[in-house]
Design a protein around this ligand. Structure first.
Ligand SMILES: NC(=O)c1ccc[n+]([C@@H]2O[C@H](COP(=O)([O-])OP(=O)(O)OC[C@H]3O[C@@H](n4cnc5c(N)ncnc54)[C@H](O)[C@@H]3O)[C@@H](O)[C@H]2O)c1
Length: 361
């Protein structure tokens, strides 16, 4: 049996805690260190998880050359501006990195992060956890078994339920007080699900808006997004997301439908339910009995630990930095489209895959 992978987690907010709990409960990992620039947070987490506290990534890396993985759970503007620096530091030290989403709030930085991981020949993964679920696994099997056929369309509605009655304007210095904070921080999730099932996107057209209650409160965030897409395989896709401006009707807060010439599947509420429809047959329903979205975290983190333990070829890493970059390219294409009044934009191409020599063995 392989020795557990030694992990240091950077950024001890709520999500850093969630990740630490995953490592503590996973036999493939040993949580060695936690790090936060706020001393009290690092100290408290170190006490809670029985490991060492550090207040800078540099010090953590210096004290623990044996670390295999650095997990970056910092946040920043648009929930991503503080990912770049610790990720680059860890990659530079030759560590495998799991980074929270979005890889960065700037696509240029994300491109650098992916390129640098390739140069250093280490794994860079991203916590695109929304498809590490039982319904997604079963849906993927329908596809692999030829039960979906040629893909025709996909529709994804995901975001946050709410209304003007419950709206509270964010503080003016908040990470959310930016026009594209929901677009950059959140759309990565539904886009990652769409790309997981339908592949690369070649065309994006977007409209965005915010309701009057946000505008009146001086809230800059464009909280409503409507994206129309075409995939490389010819499938067409629609993504609707909003951040608590209205209640979702059909499908609740998270629904994904993929229709093909042989069958259609629908996933409801991410972890909860999968329904498969085939002409002339009663729908097949898989009800997982799960309601806790939080269950996606241990699943995704375990997959990363498995891939690193098994030394899978870098190109085959699940939910890789390149996958996360792809979704960020779509987001920046959507922003370009919105800013040009709804023009169709072709996302920037991804870095080429040159193959991993280990696949030849
Ligand atoms: N995958 C998901 O489902 C999901 C859900 C929610 C949030 N997230 C992501 O998780 C991340 C963290 O979210 P959060 O709400 O816990 O954030 P947070 O702001 O509460 O915590 C981040 C912590 O990082 C620390 N930090 C910042 N820069 C640092 C550095 N260079 N070195 C050490 N510590 C540093 C901060 O002091 C802070 O304590 C965000 O990127 C967010 O997008 C993911």
């Amino acid at each position: 049996m392989n020795a557990p992978l030694k992990v240091g987690v950077v950024g001890m907010g709520g999500i850093g805690y969630t990740h630490c709990n995953c490592y503590k409960n996973d036999s493939l990992a040993e949580l060695v260190a936690v790090c936060d620039i706020i001393k009290e947070k690092a100290d408290k987490a170190a006490e809670d998880f029985g490991c060492k506290a550090y207040y800078s990534v540099k010090d953590m890396l210096k004290a623990h050359p044996e670390l295999d993985i650095v997990d970056v759970t910092t946040s920043g503007y648009e929930n991503g501006s503080l990912h770049y620096e610790p990720t680059m530091q860890a990659l530079d030290a030759g560590k495998h990195v799991l980074c929270e989403k979005p890889l960065s709030n700037e696509v240029t930085e994300a491109r650098e992060m992916v390129a640098f991981a390739k140069e250093k020949d280490v794994y860079l993964g991203c916590n695109l956890n929304h498809y590490f679920t039982q319904p997604a696994e079963r849906a993927r099997k329908y596809m692999d078994d030829g039960e979906v056929g040629q893909q025709i369309y996909c529709i994804n509605k995901v975001g946050f339920d709410g209304s003007e009655f419950g709206y509270g304007a964010p503080h003016k210095n908040s990470r959310w007080m930016r026009p594209y904070s929901h677009t950059k921080a959140f759309l990565i999730h539904p886009l990652s699900v769409m790309r997981y099932f339908c592949g690369n996107v070649t065309h994006v057209q977007a409209f965005m808006d915010r309701p009057a209650c946000r505008a009146a409160a001086g809230d800059l965030m464009l909280s409503i997004q409507s994206l129309h897409m075409r995939f490389e395989n010819g499938c067409i896709g629609y993504l609707l997301s909003q951040r608590g401006d209205a209640m979702f009707g059909l499908g609740g807060w998270w629904s994904f439908e993929l229709a093909g010439t042989r069958g259609t599947f629908v996933i409801e509420n991410c972890v909860e339910k999968l329904t498969y429809y085939k002409q002339g047959q009663a729908p097949e329903v898989m009800d997982t009995g799960l309601t806790d979205f939080g269950s996606t975290f241990p699943n995704r983190i375990h997959a990363f630990l498995e891939d690193v333990t098994n030394k899978v070829p870098k190109d085959y890493l699940r939910s890789s930095g390149r996958d996360a970059l792809a979704c960020l390219e779509y987001i920046f294409a959507a922003i370009d489209s919105y800013e040009s009044g709804g023009e169709i934009v072709r996302p920037n191409p991804l870095p080429p895959l040159h193959g991993d020599v280990s696949i030849l063995r």
